[in-house]
Design a protein around this ligand. Sequence first.
Ligand code: ATP
Length: 186
Amino acid sequence: MARPVGILGGTFDPVHNAHLAIAGAALRALDLQQILWLPTGAPAYRPAPVAAAAHRLAMLKLAIAGEPRYMVDERELRPEASGLTFDSLSSLHKDVPGQSFILLLGADQYAKRASWHRWTDIEKLCEIAVVARPGFKLDAKARTIPMTPLPVSASDIRERIARGEDVSAMLPPAVLAYLREKGLYL
Ligand code: ATP
């Protein structure tokens, strides 16, 4: 049977080193054939991302360039997309019948799972694997991916850039160069 495909969804506003660490750790620990990076659009039920989708997508592509097992899936950026993980998983299943998927989540997102649209149905469509995140308890029931917790977040990076601080240790160099060139998050 085909090895599972990991799904890493997020706003990636911007993509940072913890996202890359999650993907690398998941590839190894779960023996994934591939990771689908699923950037979210701007659905009505949550605050809009700061950078435009085109910028977030461009930074994501720069961050994962050179790793053939990483692919960007743009279905949540389509104008008609609901942005709901349940809908994305359902459409992935239709596109690739029989493929198994593992949804990769930080402990912060996993802690909020009860509020997700159709969470119990999501659990029927895929496995869930969780990584530790500083400040969030890992649920003992969750399947976890071993990873050293990294104190990096996109919101902290945006605030640091706005304050003129150095964020070069938190992002791939190509992403940093892009956001500097475009003047993002200033
Ligand atoms: P923001 O600070 O804007 O909320 P973020 O850093 O959490 O952003 P997202 O794009 O929202 O980044 O996250 C995508 C996924 O990566 C989520 O499942 C989130 O839990 C996970 N994630 C992000 N940063 C970390 C981290 N430092 N440790 C573990 N998981 C993380």
